[in-house]
Write a protein that binds this ligand. Structure first.
Ligand code: XMP
Length: 325
């Protein structure tokens, strides 16, 4: 039997009972595979790595060592949530690395999108490698591979060099407990494992994070403005109870005029980007309620220093991609 092929008769995990059965089965399988050895896991706080972390914690407790690398391009509150959930609530072995300065120093002045992505991806591996080298007796690497990742890599479609995609030469055996699951099943399992709803239902977020939404050469002040504006958009859309696939902001590297406190201002625009999609190959723009758009606009203009205009993007994919870079 091909371990990377989902059996035709595998039941789709849609209920807490099915999730519990899956968890019991995987906990036993992980214990069997790992024995008394140690597992290392890059924990981004995304749905897949978080569910794998929670499963491994349940199975082997402190034999799991999670490394959370904050590349400085996380959304507001994200690293704090990882620490709170895994260290404080689940009592996991968590190494938190604040590598913000390393990443932002390397990225300073780099405006070419692919160059930015490469720098972020490579530096991530370097930081993770350095942390791994400090540890002793690691035999396994946990990974949040899910079934669409396997299908996409077989088809050769995988277009994104993801951050967290670790080099194959790492000398560890892999532990991939959710590799035969689809995303919706991973969420059901995560919920059953007690992960917070905001983590389980997290919208997709690219590995290079806010770096691809702070277009051109990233500066700390513009990145901070983007992070604050993004938090407002997430807060308002979540509060409105809307189901939107992805909703975020982009703050480009040019400015526009405005008037602030009776004086001429020359500040950044902020673009609100919302998309709905089924297959991610194409995407449409939801018709957001006007009051909601106004509320987000007014809050961003009032609360975020450095932004004097807000636009709502109407471009579908194609011709526009979801991300700006
Ligand atoms: P694009 O911009 O290609 O994005 O239309 C399609 C979807 O992929 C996400 N995206 C990424 N996801 N690593 C990821 O894991 C990445 O480097 C990356 N870049 C884009 C994007 O947010 C959208 O959901």
């Amino acid at each position: 039997m091909d371990p990377n092929k989902r059996p035709d008769d595998m039941v789709r995990i849609t209920t807490p009972e099915l999730a519990q059965a899956f968890i019991d089965e995987q906990v036993a399988a992980i214990r069997e595979q790992v024995g008394d050895k140690k597992v290392l896991l890059a924990l981004s706080g995304g749905v897949d790595s978080s569910v794998v972390a929670a499963l491994l914690i349940k199975a082997i407790g402190k034999q799991l060592i999670c490394v959370h690398v904050n590349h400085g391009l996380m959304r507001k509150g994200e690293s704090e949530q990882v620490i709170d959930v895994f260290q404080n609530q689940m009592d996991a072995n968590l190494i938190y690395v604040d590598a913000t300065d390393r990443f932002l120093d390397l990225l300073a002045g780099v405006d070419e999108p692919e160059a930015k992505r490469h720098i972020i991806g490579e530096e991530f591996i370097k930081v993770f490698d350095e942390e791994a080298a400090k540890l002793e007796g690691i035999s396994f690497l946990g990974q949040g591979t899910i079934y669409p990742d396997i299908l996409e890599s077989q088809d050769g479609v995988k277009a994104h060099h993801n951050v967290g995609g670790l080099p194959e030469e790492m000398q560890f055996e892999l532990v991939e407990p959710v590799k035969l699951l689809f995303k919706d099943e991973v969420r059901v399992v995560g919920r059953e494992l007690g992960l917070p709803e905001s983590m389980v239902e997290r919208q997709p977020f690219p590995g290079p994070g806010l770096g691809v939404r702070c277009t051109g050469a990233i500066t700390r002040d513009r990145l901070n403005a983007l992070r604050e504006a993004d938090a407002i958009v997430r807060e308002e859309i979540d509060a409105a109870g809307l189901k939107v696939w992805q909703y975020f902001c982009v703050v480009p590297d040019y400015r526009a005029t405005g008037v602030r406190d009776g004086k001429r201002a020359y500040e950044w625009p902020c673009i609100i980007r919302c998309v709905d999609t089924i297959d991610v190959m194409t995407a449409t723009v939801p018709r957001l309620d006007w009051d909601l758009l106004e509320r987000m606009t007014n809050r961003i203009l009032a609360e975020v220093p450095g932004i004097c205009r807000v636009c709502y993007e109407l471009s579908p994919k194609p011709i526009a991609t979801v991300e700006w870079e």
